[in-house]
Every structure is written in structure tokens, then in C-alpha cells.
Ligand binder design. Structure first.
Ligand SMILES: Cc1ncc(COP(=O)(O)O)c(C=O)c1O
Length: 464
């Protein structure tokens, strides 16, 4: 007996030895046909001509002939281009990762301390349950909603540890696809580049609501409200909890109230993406205030969390998806379905990052130290933001108002540079940034602000 995997989408077919020799003959014939076709024709024909044959036998033809080259990721591709540049002046403002004033990656002291504690305790590497580490799940929901939030106390929050922010968003997207098929998610225009990929891959339809106003380099609040109002009832509305990526423009507390009003009136569901809690303002509570406002109104919300930025755990892939429900019964059912979705995707989440978070939050000394380090990181970013603004204002002799840079919050600044201008920044000035005009201030030092301001002013005025 021999087993053949059909190259088409058909299941494996089991055949005996007499069929095998027949199949071999057919295959040889097709191989001759293929060799002929290869000389004469295009690659699409190559694939077609062998499509019914087990590729284990077809040594000279890849079954991946039909796989086209994927475009580089617009954010991670920037780092590749940066690496390839040999100029000493080069600056990577593409990826949203915190750097020290010397532009080096930073491992938080509390993380090192927590890791030492874990080593001393001799933590094991057993599988976690599907929903993740219990101590992490408890810590993460308390950080998000506050230590004695009613929803948590009443058991109304379904929390599942996720593969950082992205994995948590993706799990929620899979849940939406399964339980709300065809229901759309509204996302801001613009938004973090991966949001569209996440919903596309999960098969969740999305549309955009207005957010950024190029005239003011500020929030198009009227447009945002009008678009949310016009959404079909039942839709989900993706909101950045704080430090909107890529614009750095957040609604004011009064505007958040109005957004909550509209979402409530129109029977929509808010879906918060909280990737920067504590990292935007330096305060965990302040950065969670948008989410807490909705939860205090008794609204059911989704919240994806990430510890990539605020604890610098980028590579540990630690985050969570929380679904705040109106009853504990609903939360239990929702959680069971999130686990059901996670199991065939990745089975259960990684333990290391979860233990770090649990140890930092669970230890009052480390928790306080973490808050200080967050203030330090967000303070450094505020410092370069101010320095960049000062330099832009000094260099630009036209009197243009650059104060929007100061009004933005978090890691990013949306410069208002268009694609061609952003390309000039890389091609002429060796400053790497995303093509939408976003720069990561977390990758900027005080000493480089002047050079950056020169590059921005040149690109803004000399490239159309
Ligand atoms: C808005 C937003 N959401 C989610 C993420 C997810 O990041 P991660 O998957 O590293 O936690 C990011 C990272 O840049 C982000 O900016």
C-alpha cells in the first residue's frame, strides 16, 4: 500500500501497488508533457499540467509554483530597508519599539528582577491551560478596569491570555466571525496597518470611519461621529484605547463621552485595542479611562491588551482579550468559546511573559518600580517630542504652526508628510519611516531632533 496526497484540495487517497504502477506510468507521461510545456509555456501551465499528481514524486516541479511573492510588510519592511542602509546618519523611526537615548533596545529593570525571581522559584515549563496563566489573567483585567471594578467582581469579564495584542485581536476577530457572521467592524481611517489584515484573514467585513483631518492634522470628530452613527445597528466599532496609532491623536474626555453616547444609542459594540496602557501618559489609570468609561455605563465591550510596549515584552507575545459582558453567565459562555477557538489555532499560550506580568503586578515593590520606569519611558518620548517641535519651529521660517506635534500623544507622531515626502526622508536623509508619514518618537534621541527637523522641513517644502 502507498499513500498519495492529491495536489488538489481533495483528501488523501490510499491506493495499492497495482494502482501505484499505473499511476507511475501516468505520472511519467505527464512529466514528459510537463518538460515540453516548461520549455514552451508559462509557469501557470506548469502547475496545471501536474496538478493531479503526488508532488512527492515530481522532484523537478515545486507544488508552490502558483505561490506568488508577498509584498513586504509596510511596517516591518521599513526595518529591513534601514538595515540595508550603510550611511552613518541613518535613523529608524519605522517600528514602534522603545529605544534608550543611545537608541539601544531597552529591557526594563523590573522585567530583569521578575525573571530572577522566576529563576529562583524554579518556575516550570508545563503547558498552561487554554485560557492562560490564572495569576496573569487576574492581574491583566485588574490593570485594565481597576482593582475593584464591579464587572470584575461580578464575574462579568471573560479574560483569555492571548499572543500579545495581535493574537488577542485575532482571537476576538475569529469569535466575531463565528458568532456574528457578516457583521462589520468599523475601523478608523487611518489605523494601525495590521488591523485590516487581522479582520481580512478572519473573514470579518470592515469599513472605515473618518478620524484624521489633514487640514488640522487633528481629529475629524464630526466625521467620526457621523460615520459611527451611520453604521448598521449591531456593528462593532474598533477604538484605540489611548495613543492612537498611527496619528497619536486621541479624543478628549468629553469626546469619549459623546462616542459612548452614539455607540450606546445605535446599539453598537465597542472593541478597544489597548496597546499602550501606561505608556502614553505615564499613568496606567489615565490611559485606561476610555475603556473604564464604557464599562461604567454597563456597556458590553471587547478589549485587546498588549504588554509589548509598556513592559517592553515585544518578543514574549503577551497580552489578553477581555470581553466585558452584561452577566456572569454570558461571560462564562463567551470564555468557553474563546478557548474553543484558541485550541485548534495555537493550543495554549506561552508562559514566560505571563509570569513576568504576574510577578511585576503581584509584587508591590516591582509594581511601583514599573510605574516609575513607564513614566521614564513616556517622559523621554515627551522630551523628544518637545525638542522636535522646537527645532521644527526654529527651522521653518514660514511661520507654519507645528504645534500639532505637541498635541499628539504616545510613541508616534503623524507628521502630515505624504508618500513622496516620506520617501524623500529615506532616500535623501536616511530616515526610515512608514509611507503614511508616521514617525516613531520612541526611536529618536534628543541629539537627532535637529537633523530630523531639517529633513522634515526639506521634504515638506521641496517635495510635492
Ligand atoms: C494599535 C496597536 N494594536 C496592537 C498592536 C499589537 O502589538 P503586539 O502584537 O506586539 O502586542 C500594536 C503594535 O504596534 C498597535 O500599535
Amino acid at each position: 500500500m502507498a499513500t498519495f496526497a492529491a495536489a488538489s484540495a481533495k483528501p488523501m487517497a490510499v491506493i495499492d501497488n497495482s494502482q501505484l504502477s499505473l499511476c507511475q506510468k501516468k505520472f511519467d507521461g505527464l512529466r514528459v508533457g510537463y518538460a515540453f510545456a516548461k520549455r514552451k509555456s508559462s509557469s501557470s501551465l506548469k502547475v496545471k499540467s501536474v496538478s493531479r499528481i503526488n508532488m512527492a514524486l515530481a522532484t523537478d516541479v515545486s507544488r508552490f509554483e502558483g505561490v506568488t511573492m508577498a509584498p513586504p510588510d509596510p511596517i516591518l519592511g521599513v526595518s529591513e530597508a534601514f538595515k540595508a542602509d550603510t550611511n552613518d546618519l541613518k535613523l529608524n523611526l519605522g517600528v514602534g519599539a522603545y529605544r534608550t537615548e543611545d537608541l539601544q533596545p531597552y529591557v526594563l529593570n523590573v522585567v530583569k528582577k521578575a525573571e530572577n525571581m522566576m529563576l529562583e522559584k524554579g518556575e516550570n515549563k508545563e503547558y498552561l491551560p487554554i485560557e492562560g496563566l490564572a495569576a496573569f489573567n487576574k492581574a491583566t483585567v485588574e490593570l485594565l478596569l481597576g482593582a475593584d471594578n464591579d464587572a470584575t467582581k461580578q464575574g462579568r469579564v471573560a479574560t483569555v491570555q492571548g499572543l500579545s495584542g495581535t493574537g488577542s485581536l485575532r482571537l476576538a476577530a475569529a469569535f466575531i466571525q463565528r458568532y456574528f457572521p457578516g457583521v462589520q467592524v468599523l475601523i478608523s481611517s487611518p489605523t494601525w496597518g495590521n488591523h485590516k489584515n487581522i479582520f481580512n484573514d478572519a473573514g470579518v467585513p470592515w469599513s472605515e470611519y473618518r478620524y484624521y483631518d489633514p487640514k488640522t492634522v487633528g481629529l475629524d470628530f464630526e466625521g467620526m461621529i457621523a460615520d459611527i452613527k451611520a453604521a448598521p445597528s449591531g456593528s462593532f466599532v474598533l477604538l484605540h484605547g489611548c495613543a492612537h496609532n498611527p496619528t497619536g491623536i486621541d479624543p478628549t474626555p468629553e469626546q469619549w463621552e459623546k462616542i459612548a453616547d452614539v455607540i450606546q444609542e445605535k446599539d453598537l459594540t465597542a472593541f478597544f485595542d489597548v496597546a499602550y496602557q501606561g505608556f502614553a501618559s505615564g499613568s496606567l489609570d489615565e490611559d485606561a479611562s476610555s475603556v473604564r468609561l464604557f464599562v461604567a455605563r454597563g456597556m458590553e465591550v471587547f478589549v485587546a491588551q498588549s504588554y509589548s510596549k509598556n513592559l517592553g515584552l515585544y518578543a514574549e507575545r503577551i497580552g489578553a482579550i477581555n470581553v466585558v459582558c452584561s452577566s456572569s453567565d454570558a461571560a462564562i459562555r463567551v470564555k468557553s468559546q474563546l478557548k474553543r477557538l484558541a485550541r485548534p489555532m495555537y493550543s495554549n499560550p506561552p508562559v514566560h511573559g505571563a509570569q513576568i506580568v504576574a510577578n511585576v503586578v503581584g509584587n508591590p515593590t516591582l509594581f511601583d518600580e514599573w510605574k516609575s520606569e513607564m513614566e521614564l519611558m513616556s517622559g523621554r518620548i515627551k522630551g523628544v517630542r518637545q525638542r522636535l517641535y522646537d527645532n521644527l519651529s526654529a527651522k521653518d521660517k514660514t511661520g507654519k504652526d507645528w504645534s500639532f506635534v505637541l498635541r499628539q500623544i504616545g510613541m508616534f507622531s503623524f507628521t502630515g508628510l505624504n508618500k513622496a515626502q516620506s520617501e524623500n526622508m529615506s532616500n535623501k536623509w536616511h530616515i526610515y519611516m512608514t509611507k503614511d508619514g508616521r514617525i516613531s518618537l520612541a526611536g529618536l534621541s534628543l541629539s537627532k531632533c535637529e537633523y530630523l527637523a531639517d529633513a522634515i522641513v526639506d521634504s515638506y517644502y521641496n517635495v510635492s
